[in-house]
Ligand binder design. Structure first.
Ligand code: T5A
Length: 213
């Protein structure tokens, strides 16, 4: 495979399996000889991890949507400048558990901020920076929320978004699908309701087919 750094993001709703799958994808790419960094949002740099605590804990209505989006983009800029760009410049592959599409889906579609407001914020905070490839793990809302609950979702310190109700989660699922319709060249939708091995095989194949000549 190429030695150039690549930026690949995994996206999806609650309990979609991003954390499970990003580890497997990293293992497969390392076996291909790539130097891989796994990171996450919100977070991924010391400053952004501090901001994460403000975003993922507390009452669901703690922040209005604009404030929430500003916090997310403050964390994202720090993550980009301190972690992602240096790794890409060093030729590493960066696999990121959530990135800007989560803000579009959760705040733009889920909380009703709208596409244009999120696009404007994106441009102001990080310009035209975009992933090379985005893998969207899609599954019915009830399956994802059940998985998150079984893992110990409700009552966790970080369950603020899981408690936002089914209608919210349905809007953000539609939001992720709409993002893929707007950018079919960058986004791949993967059926995440299947067993982990089947999902992993699709994700690894999607990455190899996108980057291997
Ligand atoms: N947020 C984030 C925004 O609102 N806007 C933004 O811009 C950003 C970046 C934190 C929260 O922040 C919000 C969204 C989030 O609510 P997070 O830390 O990624 O983001 O939190 P979650 O998405 O809630 O992470 P989860 O851990 O719930 O989901 P994952 O990582 O998708 O799922 P995973 O791998 O932990 O799996 C969940 C459970 O399901 C099982 C696993 O073993 C685990 O128990 N599982 C499966 N079971 C059956 N079949 C499969 N295929 C399975 N895959 C996993």
């Amino acid at each position: 495979m190429s030695v150039a750094g690549r930026f690949v993001t995994l996206e999806g709703g609650e309990g979609a399996g991003k954390t499970t799958q990003i580890r497997r994808l990293a293992e497969a790419l390392r076996a291909d000889g790539q130097d891989v960094l796994v990171t996450r949002e919100p977070g991924g740099s010391p400053g952004a991890e501090e901001i994460r605590g403000l975003i993922v804990s507390g009452e669901p209505g703690r922040w209005d949507p604009v404030t929430e989006a500003l916090l997310l983009y403050a964390a994202r800029r720090d993550h980009l400048e301190r972690t992602i760009r240096p790794a890409l410049a060093a030729g590493r592959w960066v696999l990121c558990d959530r990135f800007a599409d989560s803000t579009m889906a959760y705040q733009g579609y889920g909380h009703g901020l709208g596409r244009q407001a999120v696009l404007d914020l994106h441009r102001a905070a990080i310009g035209d920076f975009r992933p090379d490839l985005t893998l969207i793990l899609d599954l019915p809302v009830e399956i994802g929320l059940r998985r998150a609950a079984e893992r110990g979702g409700a009552g966790r310190a970080e369950d603020r978004f899981e408690r936002m109700g089914c209608a919210f989660h349905q809007r953000l699922r539609e939001g992720f699908l709409d993002i893929a319709r707007h950018e079919p060249g960058r986004c791949r939708i993967v059926d995440a309701a299947r067993d982990p091995d089947a999902v992993a095989a699709d994700l690894i194949a999607a990455v190899r087919s996108r980057f291997v000549p």
